[in-house]
Design a protein around this ligand. Sequence first.
Ligand SMILES: *Cc1c(COP(=O)(O)O)cnc(C)c1O
Length: 497
Amino acid sequence: MKTRENAIEMDKAAFRKIGYQLIDTISDFLDEIPEKQVTTNKTPKELQNILGDASLPVNGTPAEELIVHTTKLLLDHSLFNGHPKFFGYITSSAAPIGALADLLAASINQNVGAQILSPIATEIEKQTIKWLAEFIGVSPNYGGVLVSGGNMANFTAFLAARTAKAPKEIKENGLTNAPKQLITYCSKSTHTWIDKAAILFGHGSKSVRWIPTDASNKMDINLLEQTIKEDLKQGHQPFMVVGTAGDVSTGIVDNLEAIAAICKTFDLWFHIDGAYGIPAAIIPELKALFTGIKEADSIALDPHKWLYSPLEAGCTLVKNPKHLIDTYSSHPEYYNFSLTEEGGSQNYFEYGLQNSRGFRALKVWLALQQIGSNGYTKLIREDIALSKYFYALADHHEALKPITQNLSITTLRYVPTDLEGNDENNVTYLNTLNEKLLNELQQGGEMFLSNAIIADQYCLRTCIVNFRTTKKDIEDSIKIIVKEGRKMHLMLQNKKY
Ligand SMILES: *Cc1c(COP(=O)(O)O)cnc(C)c1O
């Protein structure tokens, strides 16, 4: 029963009607994704024309009209990362239960910043964090917080590492008055977040030591140790080493065990950026690749990547969650262990950068239950097998050259069979050809992939974190790449490139 007349409330009958219509349309969409183009690829100018340049609406429009119109707008002009032939960047298809979870979460609208504002939601987020720790095979005593994605998960851990390892006074005095420069170590294939963190948090990009990789493309452990020793000699303070578990370009997992040992020797914080790859630690036959993760002081992972959560969902796990409270609690004098004790309440605003927080845990929590660890093991294993299949098909094709295959990332190049001239010219030509081919494929809308530069070679890159992809999609994609590659090659030849 309404007591106040207002334009924003929707009565029960209207909500039902609009909601059912929307659910019907979404059900059709999910069912028909495989038949759609991956992207419509309108230019920003064209999209602006479609949207029009009306100024802020003064009067309202009926909700039903808005939802119907907007659904069509989005379905007609989006890129569908849930399409079975979408292999770009590291963007997964989204579990449909996540869409229902977001609707439910938004309807009840919990503020998961404080326990009192989100009684059961806080408990669900705690359970989600515990399950994610179990998922990747570390102690369920890790604590943590859900954040918007991998960058935020890494930032959240970076600051906790600093609080734990820097002189206590920096909280009051700031970095400029710190006696020594705080140094971070990571492999040269670490994601750009590390630069952003060093700059944003006042360390400066020169405080990051990009350690070269060894023959297996993992961080060179000898060089890591030498660099730390050199920094100590120079009077700096090493404080954190970042190991990557699945690098963005090619899916390489660093030697985590060796990094953990170095961190122990020099008393450094060991952080793992597992935003993409760490869910693969659930696969029994891949356990060895991830040895050492149990030693991590903190881990970043992205449910919106290989756990197929709709955007946005990232997660920071910390071995001793006290470091999060030390970093983020704005009332350190009130901080006491009763916060984490049996029966005590946990306020998530004290675990990260956000104050008011949405209930992003719900979609992760529901998918973990719907699929279970067995279901995830099967899906992730299949994604990896499909990526290997991509590699094998490229290997068998005379006009394709596979370059790398790790986890679910395969890189390859289109190499025309009638290539003439010396190798040096061909290197440049093949780079141009593959770059133009990638642009063409991305515009074309038949499939979607991205690129990687490996040893100065421009490569096509496919990352399969997609529960809709089948072997047939891979076979068709190979044909599309070859067909478009041949066209592009002919075009460039005719232009006397
Ligand atoms: C994707 C990714 C990131 C960034 O994560 P976002 O969710 O895009 O913010 C960081 N590190 C690695 C290894 C990644 O794969």
